[in-house]
Design a protein around this ligand. Structure first.
Ligand code: ATP
Ligand code: MG
Length: 191
């Protein structure tokens, strides 16, 4: 079983969006997945309650974990509640404010395998593009700013359940994130 945390000290960076879409990528690749919503806001649970997701989302971590291939934990933005899973997907925005917050948090998760994920990248904005490319060259994964992420969750679904413009590209970038998690040799270590 792989246990993956979607964690960041920053709020609103895409933890829930990426956790649910990552779960969908794994589900449609044939894996058994369970998402645990560890955020008191219960955003992932509220998406699940629309009854359109093909995999379960539960509140909190179960006392007895059923056998699944991926246990995916969606964390609240906090420096107090640190992830216990061995692999952390750490979403962030291509912004100097996020870089500073992430730098402060890095020492707290030094013993973990961390995949930095620059999310919501708008390549039309010069500074954002330059920063995203720098982080990419340092090993971060990139997810673009796409309205399909917003639209699909509004319907209680993921981008893997969409056929609209941008959904194929979104599926591809989430599938690449899944590949990185599955192949540990490609994963960058927090320093
Ligand atoms: N790649 C993306 N493209 C466009 N919009 C996005 C993308 N990723 C996330 N969003 C939007 O950004 C907002 C914040 O995303 P989300 O709720 O997943 O962040 P979060 O880190 O889980 O927030 P919180 O810290 O409150 O739990 C949502 O409106 C979501 O639809
Ligand atoms: Mg969230």
């Amino acid at each position: 079983m792989r246990r993956i945390a979607f964690w960041s000290p920053k709020g609103g960076v895409g933890k829930t969006t990426l956790a649910l879409n990552f779960a969908a990528a794994a589900y449609y690749a044939g894996y058994k997945v369970l998402v645990c919503d560890l955020d008191p806001q219960q955003s992932a649970v509220s998406v699940f309650s629309e009854k359109n997701l093909p995999f379960p989302v539960i509140a909190n971590r179960p006392q007895v974990v059923p056998y699944v291939d991926f246990l995916i934990c969606d964390y609240a933005p906090s420096l107090e509640n640190l992830p216990i899973e061995e692999t952390i997907v750490q979403p962030m925005r291509a912004s100097v404010l996020d870089l500073n917050a992430i730098a402060r948090a890095t020492r707290l998760i030094r013993d973990k395998r961390v995949i930095k994920c620059v999310n919501g990248v708008d390549t039309r904005r010069h500074e954002e593009r330059v920063m995203a490319m720098k982080l990419y060259s340092e090993g971060a994964h990139l997810i673009k700013d796409r309205s399909i992420y917003v639209k699909s969750l509004t319907r209680g679904e993921t981008v893997f359940q969409q056929k609209a413009y941008g959904s194929r590209e979104a599926q591809n970038e989430i599938n690449r994130l899944l590949e990185r998690v599955i192949k540990p040799s490609n994963v960058s270590q927090a320093s």
